[in-house]
Design a protein around this ligand. Structure first.
Ligand SMILES: Cc1cc2nc3c(=O)[nH]c(=O)nc-3n(C[C@H](O)[C@H](O)[C@H](O)COP(=O)(O)O)c2cc1C
Ligand code: SF4
Ligand code: SF4
Length: 369
């Protein structure tokens, strides 16, 4: 039921472990495959390994910032690591990152020789400004993709950045250059926080933001690409459970990748997402992922297509959460007040903006047409 054809590869399910330290050596990759990953993307392999800075990963309970976006092993070391990774059955996608098309082609050729089933070019890296700029230029992405595609036989995926001004144009360039698919999104340039007592930023330099807070951005990027370019998309960003995976699939993704959830909860988090997704698909009697792919995308409208429909908020008789006045505070139109009978919505003032229906913890408010 969950079998997925992605880039011509036969995945046993559409849930892939994303590129990161959790996939930075053969043993880690093998263990993720054993847990049931549809595929694993290696941490990005680079040609000039620099000394890695420490500390390099921070977390504030919501999202994570990291300033480590490549693997610190020399390319030759990956021959042995790929042997270990491939000691179990499964698909390994090699992530490669470099500044020039020829360097990327060199790394991709090596990783293909070591057994990679596909290549993912990481053109977007918020800690390397030159790469981040490159990710916004369709011509540069075209050149890179073309060079790699003409040097390897395996499918080539290009990982895009949400920071690109026109992500559709970049995805189109990948397609024109012969790329088999795109993945979106990589982490987003960030500073997690500043200690106001010491004036110290959380980490010493800009990093990549990941985890739940970037999910809405990832969803929008995937939907935009799926609406405008005919190319398989792998959805990434803030997937913490099977519902999040389904959101990406319903917005047009053919497969998804999970990173921060594995980093925070361990490889078992990936296994849980796969198990829960399987159970959901079975419960709904869904025979193939294709049945749900793009379901939400079809319902997306442009602003021009949206009808102006008069709506107002209506209160149900369910009891309020104790001491709550969230709906009163959030209504910018002062339509909600507390009376002796309870919460009252003034229909004359209510504009139907909808916010109170999301804010109410007791789900007492709904919109009526
Ligand atoms: C610590 C860390 C290291 C990462 N390293 C890489 C990398 O080497 N190459 C790459 O393309 N993406 C890298 N990423 C980005 C992830 O693959 C993924 O695109 C991003 O974290 C968003 O997904 P998530 O919210 O599920 O983590 C890294 C992310 C984290 C948190
Ligand atoms: S729908 Fe908007 S305007 Fe109407 S009561 Fe709720 S918050 Fe106020
Ligand atoms: S937000 Fe909901 S629970 Fe809270 S006061 Fe308003 S209606 Fe009651």
């Amino acid at each position: 039921m969950m079998k997925t054809d992605f880039l011509g590869l036969k995945l046993k399910n559409p849930v892939i472990a994303a590129s990161g330290p959790w996939s930075g050596n053969g043993a880690n990759i093998r263990d993720l495959l054993k847990i049931g990953a549809g595929a694993v993307v290696t941490e990005s392999v680079v040609s000039d390994t620099l000394l890695d800075v420490r500390p390099c990963i921070a977390y504030d309970g919501l999202g994570a910032q990291n300033i480590r976006l490549y693997n610190d092993m020399q390319i030759e070391g990956w021959e042995r690591e790929m042997e270990i990774a491939k000691s179990v059955e499964g698909i390994v996608i090699a992530s490669v990152s470099a500044h020039t098309p020829s360097e990327l082609a060199y790394l991709a050729t090596k990783m293909e020789k070591f057994g990679a089933d596909a290549i993912e070019i990481s053109v977007s890296n918020p800690t390397r400004e030159a790469l981040e700029v490159l990710a916004s230029h369709p011509e540069a992405v075209y050149d890179i993709t073309k060079e790699v595609v003409s040097n390897v036989k395996v499918p080539v995926l290009v990982k895009l950045s949400q920071n690109a001004t026109n992500i559709s144009a970049v995805a189109k360039a990948v397609k024109q250059a012969g790329g088999s698919g795109v993945s979106a999104i990589n982490t987003i340039r960030c500073i997690l926080n500043v200690d106001i007592e010491t004036g110290e930023p959380c980490l010493a330099t800009y990093g990549g933001y990941s985890g739940p807070p970037i999910r809405p951005l990832g969803l929008a990027s995937v939907a935009t690409i799926a609406q405008t370019v005919e190319i398989p998309v792998c959805g990434i960003g803030g997937i913490m459970d099977y519902r999040n995976a389904l959101e990406y699939l319903m917005l047009g993704a053919s497969a998804v990748q999970v990173g921060t959830a594995i980093m925070l909860e361990g490889p078992r988090a990936l296994g849980q997402i796969i198990e829960d997704l399987e159970a959901w698909v079975e419960k709904k009697d869904i025979r193939s992922i294709e049945q749900i792919r793009g379901k939400a995308l079809k319902k997306m409208k442009s602003f021009d297509e949206m009808k102006i429909e008069p709506a107002t908020s209506t209160i149900s008789s369910a009891p309020c959460t104790a001491e709550c006045d969230k709906c009163i505070k959030c209504c910018c139109y002062h339509a909600i007040s507390k009376t002796e009978e309870g919460i009252y919505v003034d229909k004359e003032r209510c504009t139907g903006c909808g916010l109170c229906t999301f804010v109410c913890p007791a789900k007492k408010l709904s919109l009526d047409w």
